[in-house]
Design a protein around this ligand. Structure first.
Ligand code: ADP
Length: 490
């Protein structure tokens, strides 16, 4: 019972497979074509045979009718050949003479009746009439010719001459040949079709098996299908998708690991400071120092969590960006004003260069955050006797741009390509600031600022470039498409 169920299940699966349906359709169409072809050939052939037989019958009947010296019918001995049947009747249908296969009285009457009912249009009483009929004693279909004898103005009688419709069984043989040929063709085509469909569908099985084997933790598997057909293309697309998924998973994993790692250090510091302060009785200044450290680490963690949250939202596409028309110079001025306090506390001169009106479309809040990140970095990492950060904007070659330049320590070329990676920091710069920072208020970096800058620039259809020279300074330039012409006039 279980075996039967499994067998039926397999049949069900097969019946729903593309391979089976393809072959079924193919077989159906081929059967139609073969059947139409066979019917056509058979009809043409049977018409030809019928015409041949009729011509022969007519010439034989003409021979017979010509031998009537006295108006009576004179049938020569052995007139009929092979399977022919001949009956000569009186005008009332009574059989006067017969040769060959005998015709029953009923058949003769029916034949004469057929002659009387012949089409009358232009008919002459001497017309031959062809009729087909079945002779039970020979089990064969016959074609009969009924011819009247007219002597001395009156009907003397009839001659009925018949011969098999399919002499020598030609039509029968043809039918058999067509049937066997069609069945053979169908069988070969079905076998070939199944084999071809099976071959064509084999890559699908490979893809299915591989897809089943791929788990969400191991995305390193690839189909590596070498064929250049549509299925090969599908497999390549699948492989490319897997590669993208794997890269995204890897990034995600790395991101979570880095974020945990980043949080672990300040948490450990907070824990240590608190434990140390609580371990014994301390004086007020020691408590103050401990609380200062804890607050500074807390600030760092708050910034880190905020940056992480912002990036997570950006990655998830949950950031609806406004498309308001705004002046990039306005935003630059705004950011400079907000950060001037931090700059003066850090001993950095924050100045503006050329700030002509630069119109573009975008989200004020995010663009402000982008400029703030860049200027803050300039302040954080600038050094030297007279550190400065300069912000300027402009428009040219169909682009709106904003530059933030500083005369800081610069960035070594090998770091430039990684600068926008998440949590990437150029170590020396960080070490210098962490250890030597004269201002405890100065923000230490999370390593996410430039990733956020890049995301905001890209979300506005722009890009960020960095150029730097060690010991000379660094310039960040963001380039955007300007506001469209229509909005420029309003
Ligand atoms: P952070 O929050 O650490 O500043 P960012 O993503 O903003 O992170 O910057 C990444 C790294 O790039 C920084 O750690 C720093 O080493 C380097 N960097 C960024 N801006 C400057 C700059 N103006 N001058 C020198 N180094 C910079």
């Amino acid at each position: 019972m279980r075996k039967l169920k499994r067998f039926l299940g397999r049949i069900g699966v097969l019946a729903h497979s593309i391979r089976f349906r393809l072959v079924l359709w193919f077989a159906f169409i081929l059967t139609l074509v073969l059947a139409s072809f066979s019917v056509f050939v058979y009809l043409i052939q049977s018409r030809d045979v019928h015409n041949d037989v009729l011509t022969r019958l007519e010439s034989r009947m003409a021979l017979l009718v010509a031998r009537r010296p006295f108006g009576a019918v004179l049938v020569p001995d052995n007139f009929v050949q092979e399977d022919e049947a001949l009956a000569v009747t009186g005008p009332d249908g009574s059989v006067l003479a017969s040769q060959g296969s005998s015709l029953s009285q009923d058949f003769v009457q029916a034949a004469l009746h057929g002659w009387q009912r012949r089409p009358q249009q232009g008919a002459s009483p001497l017309d031959f009439v062809a009729l087909s009929g079945y002779l039970p004693q020979t089990h064969t279909d016959y074609l009969f010719l009924v011819a009247p004898f007219v002597g001395r103005q009156s009907l003397q009688g009839f001659a009925i001459l018949g011969t098999p419709l399919d002499p020598g069984g030609r039509l029968h043989a043809l039918l058999l040949t067509l049937l066997i040929g069609s069945l053979l063709t169908l069988a070969i085509a079905l076998g070939g079709g199944l084999w071809l469909a099976d071959r064509a569908m084999r890559p699908v099985h490979t893809i299915t098996r591989a897809a089943r084997e791929i788990s969400d933790t191991d995305l390193s598997r690839r189909l590596n299908l070498k064929s250049r057909d549509e299925l090969g293309e599908l497999a390549n697309t699948f492989d490319a998708m897997l590669a993208r998924l794997q890269a995204a998973f890897e990034r995600q994993r790395q991101f979570v690991a880095d974020a945990s790692h980043e949080l672990r250090t300040p948490l450990t510091i907070v824990n240590l400071e608190a434990s140390r302060a609580l371990a014994a009785q301390r004086n007020a200044s020691e408590y103050q120092r401990a609380l200062g450290t804890i607050r500074s680490e807390n600030d760092f963690m708050t910034r880190l969590v905020n940056d992480l949250l912002a990036l997570a939202r950006m990655d998830a596409g949950q950031v609806p960006l406004a498309q308001e028309r705004l002046d990039l110079s306005d935003l630059a001025l705004d950011a400079v004003e907000r950060l001037s306090d931090l700059a003066s506390r850090s001993g950095v001169q924050l100045r503006t260069g050329e700030l002509p009106e630069v119109c573009m479309r975008g989200d004020r809040q995010y663009l402000l955050q982008m400029i703030t990140n860049l200027v803050e970095n300039g302040i954080k990492y600038s050094a030297g006797a007279q550190p400065w950060v300069c912000v300027e904007t402009g428009c040219g070659e169909g682009k709106a741009w904003l530059r933030v330049a500083d005369n800081g320590p610069g960035i070594a070329p090998e770091h430039l390509s990684h600068l926008f990676d998440r949590f990437y920091r150029v170590d020396q710069a960080r070490a210098r600031l962490d250890e030597d920072s004269p201002d405890p208020q100065r923000p230490s970096g999370t390593g996410l600022g430039l990733s956020i800058v890049q995301w905001i620039a890209k979300a506005h259809g722009g890009e960020v470039h960095v150029s730097s020279q060690l010991g000379q300074g660094t310039t960040f330039e963001t380039v955007f498409p300007p506001a469209d012409e229509e909005s420029r006039t309003d």
